[in-house]
Write a protein of this length. Structure first.
Length: 121
């Protein structure tokens, strides 16, 4: 599969469409989900062109992988949901058709601010 430059998160990264930004650094951008499923529903995306977690695992540099994982913790800390200053959260990545992925740019959902409940419905 080839990365689609016109997916919605690529457009957000190019600032062609707006987002409610939470955090940004060299490796990641984080913003609120447009259709929140929980009290807090943030998205964390790598800045590189990666379709999904499998693509990322194969092609990302070690720095990009560390940047994304550390970035998730930075966002969670900023939102006061991390284990340092909050009560925890769920980080979730949907991968491909069976995983329920709709936007073909790797993203982690961070759900928090309340008990998240069952893992899989
Ligand atoms: P997926 O199903 O691919 O894991 O999740 C895609 C997520 O992107 C959904 O939760 C959806 O609400 C969110 N989303 C889709 N379009 C936009 C958008 O234009 N802006 C923002 N902030 N979120 C979006």
């Amino acid at each position: 599969m080839i990365y689609d430059d016109n997916n919605i998160f690529a457009k957000i990264l190019r600032e062609e469409i707006p987002c409610k930004k939470i955090y940004e650094d060299e490796y990641i951008l984080s913003f609120y989900d447009i259709n929140p499923q929980k009290k807090i529903h943030a998205l964390v995306i790598p800045k590189g062109k990666f379709i999904d977690l499998d693509d990322f695992a194969k092609k990302a540099t070690d720095q990009e992988i560390a940047g994304l994982i550390r970035g998730i913790n930075k966002v969670a800390t900023k939102l006061d949901i991390s284990m340092d200053n909050g009560k925890g959260y769920r980080a979730l990545a949907n991968i491909g058709e069976f995983g329920g992925q709709e936007v073909p740019h790797l993203h982690f959902h961070l759900f928090g601010g309340e008990k998240i409940g069952k893992m899989v419905h």
